[in-house]
Design a protein around this ligand. Sequence first.
Ligand SMILES: [Zn+2]
Length: 132
Amino acid sequence: MKPEAIGYVTQVHCRGCGERFPVFTSSADTDMTTNGLVSLTRTDNKNIAIVMSLQGESLQLVQNRVGLPYRVSEATYTHHPVESGVSFQEFRKSYQLPKASYACIFCSGVADVTATESVPEFEAHGKIEVLA
Ligand SMILES: [Zn+2]
């Protein structure tokens, strides 16, 4: 399987502390726990780590199991309001994809997406570790 098939890397910027760090996003699903793949980012060198979650394991439990300096950055999606009763054509024109923001791994503040990279693009300057 090509790495592109697994996911891509999102670069984010924290509104609170100003840190920038990458987050790996699985392309299979926006909810990583459903396919067992959990991504973490190291707070020391900002490498990405990928770990398989155990059956029924939450993101918080994965983070506790892996331990520092690995931290999970959970995504939240802001949906734009939809006006009721408009035609589908009008709806389609005004529809915007949900906006993703991430929890900062340093201060737990809100981090906004600044760029996305393919796995090979990220690996040109960063490292993705696979943890058992
Ligand atoms: Zn922060």
